[in-house]
Ligand binder design. Structure first.
Ligand SMILES: Cc1cc2nc3c(=O)[nH]c(=O)nc-3n(C[C@H](O)[C@H](O)[C@H](O)COP(=O)(O)O)c2cc1C
Length: 351
């Protein structure tokens, strides 16, 4: 399905607001594939997004979920005390730093009932019974991997395809186990070596993600064996995306570095450096979703005040090249650039 779109581009699921039915419909209408984000949405809200997307388009699309993370023994209380002053500055209480499963099973059940064409999972492996139920409902199952070891496990779990996420990616790294010994939760792999290593151990279709913003990047990963490129940041500034105003402004200003941090959610994620990361990154525990629940009101208050300094500004490394044009225009530009790149390559054949 993803390997049969007119343009070998997938619009990434982007939880927390950016993914919308309008973004998905515009992208699939322009010849790409696209995902809704099911993480951190209630089952009812996700169902409404699926229904709305189906009103807007008859084309196939996908839905992504985060699998529940293992409960962490890390000290979240000490972190709570550290970030308390920030919450007080914004005049909001901190959230309860509890573990939850994000209503995961209810969302799997609704996806089985909705028979969505593609369901992708991030942060771990879906249960074998869920994989079977989704496949029986007619869905293709994609699992995000960011290390060769995770790819081996995902292939063994019955995935139909893998989303191979390199270390330049914006947003959360899809690592199955967040090992605090690594800033990125696991060894960080650049996309091309990761694609090569994963291709060496599975023949599954691969969707390449991480730091791709130009049609030549799409051609590069297709040349490297991927069936398509998954882009998130390149669509964050599109008018159809639900990205907050402060996030859009920070992306447009393009004057910040990106870094990988657990400061906002307790899992490693790449975003633009701001004051909150500078102050708290070093002490952030590996405890998702506890830290995410803790900082939620603070992040919301920062966004509501259009203040970029205490909200997560997820972005991939190539974010300065993201444009504010419509999703259809971004897909069309990627398609043109892809064609040019392929022509350039065929003009440079070895004789
Ligand atoms: C704002 C934002 C939110 C994201 N949310 C999700 C998500 O909900 N599920 C997921 O699998 N990946 C998510 N990602 C990661 C993307 O799937 C993808 O790996 C990444 O966007 C690729 O790197 P790029 O942003 O440089 O294109 C998110 C990325 C961004 C930028």
């Amino acid at each position: 399905m993803i390997d049969q779109t007119r343009v070998p581009v997938v619009v990434a699921p982007m939880a927390g607001g950016p993914s919308t039915p309008e973004l998905v419909a515009a992208a699939v209408g322009a010849g790409a594939f696209a995902f809704l984000a099911g993480a951190v949405a209630t089952p009812a809200a996700l169902r409404a997004q699926i229904d709305r997307t189906r009103e807007l388009t008859g084309e196939p699309f996908g839905v992504n979920l985060f699998t529940p993370s293992a409960e962490s023994a890390a000290d979240v209380e000490a972190y709570r005390e550290r970030v308390l002053a920030d919450a007080e500055r914004y005049g909001v209480p901190l959230g309860d730093p509890v573990w939850d499963d994000d209503d995961y099973q209810a969302k799997v059940d609704l996806l089985v009932a909705a028979a969505v064409p593609v369901v992708s999972f991030t942060f771990g492996l879906p249960r074998p019974s869920d994989v079977e139920r989704l496949k029986a409902a007619g869905s293709l199952v994609v699992i995000t991997v960011s290390t060769p070891a995770d790819a081996r496990a995902a292939a063994a779990a019955g995935a139909d395809a893998l989303c191979v996420q390199g270390s330049a990616a914006g947003g959360h790294r899809g690592v199955f186990l967040d090992d605090p010994a690594y800033p990125s939760g696991a060894p960080a792999y650049d996309l091309l070596p990761l694609l090569r290593l994963v291709s060496a151990q599975t023949g599954l279709p691969l969707i390449a993600a991480g730091g791709l913003t130009h049609g030549a990047d799409v051609a590069a990963v297709v040349a490297a064996g991927a069936v398509a490129a998954q882009l998130g940041t390149a669509f964050l500034r599109c008018p159809e995306a639900g990205t907050s105003a402060a996030h859009r402004t920070a992306l447009a200003e393009a004057d910040r570095e990106t870094t990988v941090t657990r400061a906002f959610s307790g899992r490693p994620a790449r975003g633009l450096v701001n004051q909150f990361i500078t102050d708290h990154d070093a002490n952030a525990p590996a405890a998702y979703p506890n830290v995410n629940n803790l900082t939620k009101p603070l992040r919301a208050a920062s966004a509501a005040a259009a203040d970029p300094e205490a909200m997560s500004l997820w972005a991939g490394q190539a974010y300065p090249l993201a444009s504010d044009r419509s999703a259809a225009e971004v897909v069309a530009t990627l398609a043109e650039q892809y064609t040019e790149a392929v022509q350039r390559l065929t003009g440079r054949l070895i004789r």
